[in-house]
Design a protein around this ligand. Structure first.
Ligand code: TYD
Ligand code: MG
Length: 426
């Protein structure tokens, strides 16, 4: 299975895994198409493997996109170390950093110790190397050059051409090519966006440089579920995995403080509990401030309007600050009920009872609505020790039961935002 580096010297290409070229215009019966079980290459990082759908697939192209400085090169090196541990060969194309820098960082992180490095960024020179490694990692795609294009490295045409050439090589040789692509906050650089349709898997790597939290999210995956999330913590020894994301996000939650409510979002198939924090302060400014971190500002605006019109809680003369503790993004409707409770708790200066969590979308009429994966969210909150979980009263059968079948004693069905606000003990 493993490809030998000695073949570099021998220049003996491994047998091509290409299917015989189809005759033009020929068709085949769908039932006659042979397919095997997809072999997965583990990166040794469970959080990354989950997002990949179980690991890297031979012959595929993967794009890892993220802002400069978020930790893409670190993730790549740690994945390379994991891949190497399973006896596979890794080639690193170092376009961004010198070979010395890459080697020094690898030593500091404890691997990879036997990967091959090349400083060549000429795609014509990289292509013949693809077949000699199981996994080729290119850091970054924006540094690649094609001799047959006069455009600048990093331009859309260079980036596309590079990806097309390397895709062909990956498919033909059965090797995995992992491309790193830089994106800027304003999305200005065209690179990764222009590549999304050319590659099999697109992953984004996100994190705030002021926070230790780093998340990997699947955007597209031809070999598994997209939209999965993996969680890492950046520390002095690189990235460490956070397999229990819920406990991580709730770790520093203050006890009995007004403005704090626990909710649970669904990241892919995984429920993740989180703390919504709200702070309100009276202001005489004609335009009070609305600052939202981790929650979309439109969602905050709607929550404020619902509280004012459906529950008589007005925040029109208060500055409002909302954030998801830990730096997570909670952009999904299931967060609404916790968001409304956090705002009301902050406004009334009354903490929510300990052990209370809330899940549900809040409609414009003030009604509490079901969201996907209610039972797995409830099961997660129960696992974390929550004893009273506010949930939509109506909804599909899935909302009431499902695989995990949560203990009904802990479930508190609510129909309207007002029924939930009673919990504030006003
Ligand atoms: P890097 O992987 O170089 O980011 P990218 O390739 O996305 O530009 O890492 C960037 C930051 O990560 C850098 O500012 C330092 C930090 N870092 C740590 O905090 N700990 C570590 O062990 C490493 C390797 C990096
Ligand atoms: Mg880098």
């Amino acid at each position: 299975m493993c490809k030998a580096w000695e073949s570099f010297a021998e220049d003996a290409r491994p047998p091509s895994r290409d299917q015989p070229a189809p005759t033009a215009g020929a068709t085949v019966d769908i039932g006659s198409v042979a397919f095997g079980r997809t072999e997965r290459i583990s990166t040794g990082l469970g959080e990354l493997d989950r997002v990949l759908g179980g690991g890297l697939v031979a012959g595929s192209m993967v794009l890892i996109a993220g802002e400069p400085g978020v930790g893409k090169s670190t993730l790549l090196l740690q994945a390379a170390a994991g891949i190497e541990e399973s006896g596979r060969r890794v080639l690193l194309v170092c376009g961004e950093e010198s070979l010395e820098q890459v080697a020094a960082r690898a030593r500091r992180l404890g691997g990879p110790l036997s990967a091959q490095l090349t400083a060549s960024t000429d795609v014509g020179a990289i292509e013949p190397l693809v077949g000699r490694a199981d996994v080729v990692m290119v850091d970054s795609v924006q540094t690649l050059r094609n001799a047959d294009s006069a455009a600048e490295p990093g331009s859309v045409s260079q980036v596309r051409l590079s990806a097309a050439h390397l895709t062909r090589a990956a498919r033909a040789e059965g090797s995995v090519v992992v491309l790193v692509g830089h994106i800027c906050k304003d999305g200005s650089i065209a690179g990764p966006r222009a590549l999304e349709h050319l590659v099999d898997v697109v992953i984004t790597f996100e994190g705030d440089q002021g926070h230790v939290l780093r998340t990997v999210r699947g955007i597209k995956n031809r070999f598994g579920p997209a939209a999965e999330m993996g969680v890492f913590e950046m520390g002095s020894k690189g990235l460490s995995e956070v397999p229990d994301a819920s406990r991580f996000f709730l770790a520093e939650r203050p006890e009995s403080v007004a403005g704090s409510a626990v909710g649970c979002i669904l990241e892919g198939r995984r429920p993740v509990a989180l703390e919504v924090q709200a702070l309100t302060a009276p202001t005489s400014a004609p335009l009070p401030r609305r600052v939202a971190q981790g929650v979309e500002s439109a969602r905050l605006g709607v929550a404020l309007a619902i509280l004012e019109r459906r529950a008589g809680i007005s925040l029109s003369s208060s500055d409002v600050y909302v954030s998801i503790a830990g730096g997570l993004r909670g952009a999904e409707p299931g967060i609404d009920l916790a968001l409304c409770l956090a705002l009301a708790s902050a406004r009334c200066d009354k903490p929510l009872p300990p052990g209370l969590a809330a899940v549900g979308e809040v409609g414009l009429g003030g009604e509490v609505r079901s969201v996907a994966g209610m039972s797995s969210r409830a099961a997660e909150l129960i696992r974390l020790g929550f004893t009273s979980i506010l949930m939509p009263a109506g909804g599909s059968g899935e909302a009431q039961g499902g695989a995990a079948e949560p203990d009904l004693e802990q479930m508190v069905p609510v129909r309207t935002i007002n029924q939930a606000l009673v919990r504030l003990g006003s």
